[in-house]
Structures are given as structure tokens and as C-alpha cells.
Design a protein around this ligand. Sequence first.
Ligand code: NAP
Length: 355
Amino acid sequence: MQIDKLKPVLVTGANGYVASWLVKKLLDEGICVHAAVRNPEDTQKVRHLLDAAQGAKGELKLFEGDLLLEGSYTKAMEGCEVVFHTASPFISAYKDPQKELIDPAVKGTENVLNSANKVPTVKRIVITSSCAAIYTDAIDTVNAPGGMLTESNWNSTASIDYQPYSFSKTLAEKKAWDMQGKQSRWDLIAINMSLVLGPALNPKSNTSESINILKMLGGGDMKIGAPKIGMGIVDVRDVAEAHFRAAYTPTAKGRYITSAHNSNFLEMGTVLLPKYGSQFPLPRKALPKWLLMLIGPLANKLFTRRFIRNNVNIPWKADNSKIKHDLNMQFRPLKETMEDSFQVLIDNGILKAKA
Ligand code: NAP
């Protein structure tokens, strides 16, 4: 599918941690961005987008859009050939997973894609999915054929009661493929990222779990040790690049695992030790699994025994060769991602060095 770079594009949830870097990339490339946010008047939430547009070659136009309102994105989509659908809650503190996670993810995807069916200019939709739509627990990678996750795996074990965020991403991506299959005007590319880290353009935001995890690491929550939970990590700037390439590479097709490092929670902290270890209470060792089994469920409702059993001390492996081959993607080293993430939080006074 050939896409015209002179035509505008829509980015849903444009002010988010991940989407802001995509908006910046698009503006730097000279593309006109229709940036849909819940409240364009909320200067605190859109200031970093206005800043990114300053001096950029492309034009930024703000629109209002809410995932739970039918037809909410139709106006913002008009004239666009590409829709980047990134908006979806990525939260771990929720009371009602159906209302707070699943409805916005699934009904939101349905709404955005229904609008695409009505707006004749749309040719390609790039959906921000997740590795969470591929697996639930690190143990799933061990059980996958060849001991490694690929794009052909689908999450089959998350539910509304167990890892509902992963469930929401799985249902949303399935909905998108189902709707794509019922028409032939627009194609669909899914970007399946692992945990995204890297410098935030909106470091004061407290919605994305990515920023919250970085704050926890530097704030001393894991100073006695970190659980060695197997997971993938990718830099937010590389994720923006992946979305961009997925949109403008005519031969791009299907799902793309977008993950740079097969890593774990502890390594996120230890990679920061040489530069920041003397000033910040970073984790230095792994918390033993038996101890986590004992205290984990009391400390955090997500740390159930099932979660600990299936994730702690279990290596996570995903195959990122498809995106490297098809989209010629390269990824930043973990040290650069972690140090740049941390420095932005320090520069903004969010993390404070020991006196
Ligand atoms: P984020 O900063 O919290 O961004 C989420 C965005 O979704 C925000 O712009 C938010 O708008 C919007 N949103 C939430 N509910 C909405 C609703 N009802 N209507 C309209 N907009 C709504 O989180 P993020 O980390 O950048 O996540 C962005 C996307 O990446 C999500 O699809 C997430 O599942 C996916 N993802 C993230 C990671 C990661 O590690 N960060 C990994 C894999 C996939 P407000 O600002 O108005 O709340």
C-alpha cells in the first residue's frame, strides 16, 4: 500500500507517553498530524505536543476524541490516509477492569475502525498493540514452539480476573483484525511492543505504567531487591520509529513484535548502577522467589502466587527478526534507554538524588 506523505495522518491518544514521540517523529518528517486527545484545552496535557510542533516541518492540529463516544474520531480522520490508533489505558491501578481497561480498549478500537469504514481516504491503520496480546506470563515463552514468542502466538490465558490489561490488548487487537477482514479498502499493521521505556516528553504524566515503573526504580521501592521477572524492553523512540516505518513501508504486513531486549526487571535497575548507583536507591540484587511467594500477595494485588510462579526467575524470549527484516529496524542499547529515561526524570525534579 503506497501512502502519500503530503496527506495528514490521525494519531489517537496523541498526548500519551508513546504517542507523543510518534507525533514528534511525524512532525519532524514534515507530516501534518491530526492529534486527537480527550481534552485539547488541557494545556498541561498537550503542552509537550505544542512544544514538539515548534520549528518542526509538519503542522499539528488538535482534535477532541474519546474512545467511548461513537463517531468521536470521524472528524479528526477526514482527509487522512493513515490512522495510528494508540489510545488505550495502560494502568495497573483499577477497580473495575471491564470499565477501565476492556471497554476503552475494545469499544475504542471498534469506534475508531468504524470511523475508518466511513472515511474514504483511509488506506492504512497502524494499531498500537502489545506483546501482551501475544503472551500473558514469561512461562508462555518457555512453552512456545522453539522456546521463543513469535508473531504467530496469541495470548490465550489472560482473562478479566487475571492480567486484565493483557486481556484488553488481546481482545482489542482481535477486534481490529476481525474488522479489517470484513473490508478491503484499508490494511492493518499491528505494532506489538514489549515494555516501553525511554525518556518521556511528558514526564509529569502519571498515567502510563512505563513512567511509574521508572519512578519506582529510582524512588527506592526496590532498594532491597527487585523481582527477576522476565520481560522484553524497547525504547520509546524506537517504538515511534517502528510505527512510522509501518505506515510508510508499502510492503509492511501483519503483526510486528517490537522488542529490543530479552531482559528482566532486575536488569533495568542494575544497568543504571554505574552512572546513578551512588545517588539513587536502585535495586542491586534479585528478591528470592520463596520470599515473594510469602510477601508478594500482601504487598501488591497484582503479585498473586500464580503471577510469581509463572514470571519470577523465568527468562523471556521473543523473536524480533521480522521487524528487523521487513522494516529495517535497529534498536538502541538498554543502557542508553535506561540512562536517558532516568535523566529526564531527574532533570524535571521527579527523581531526587540522595543529599
Ligand atoms: P499513556 O501515556 O497513559 O497513554 C494512553 C493514552 O490513551 C493517553 O493519551 C490517554 O488519554 C488515552 N486514553 C485512555 N483512555 C481514553 C479514552 N477513554 N478516550 C480517549 N483516550 C483515552 O500510556 P502509553 O504507555 O503511552 O500507552 C499507549 C499505548 O501503547 C496503549 O495502547 C498501550 O496499551 C500501548 N502499549 C504501551 C506499552 C508501554 O510499555 N508503555 C507497551 C505495549 C503497548 P489521556 O491523556 O486523556 O488519559
